[in-house]
Design a protein. Structure first.
Length: 104
């Protein structure tokens, strides 16, 4: 039953991917931190802060978002992709390649 609950392979109008509470907390915490950084950057721009400082903060946000993406991608590979390959669905490889292109 636990595997059925975890499955994200069911074809439907909107796919559903159950995630562990630990992963949700970690990703949510990281997203909230990035949102806070973006709000800080917005304030910096509104206050006419030095461009170099703004760019430094933008680079930090980009790295934070990339880190979140890697965490979610790893979970996707370990769960959804693995399940679909085990079920004989080789099309998932094309899906993963398309996803990877979005991050390069």
């Amino acid at each position: 039953m636990a595997e059925e609950t975890r499955s994200c392979c069911a074809e439907a109008h909107q796919k559903h991917t159950p995630r562990s509470e630990e992963l949700k907390r970690d990703v949510s915490k990281r997203i909230n931190r990035a949102i806070g950084q973006l709000n800080g950057i917005k304030t910096m721009v509104e206050e006419d802060r030095y461009c170099g400082d703004v760019l430094t903060q933008l680079a930090a946000v980009e790295k934070a978002v990339a880190s979140i993406s890697r965490i979610v991608m790893r979970d996707h590979l370990e769960t959804c992709v693995t399940e679909r390959i085990q079920a004989g669905d080789q099309q998932v490889i094309d899906e993963v390649m398309d996803l990877l292109k979005k991050f390069s």
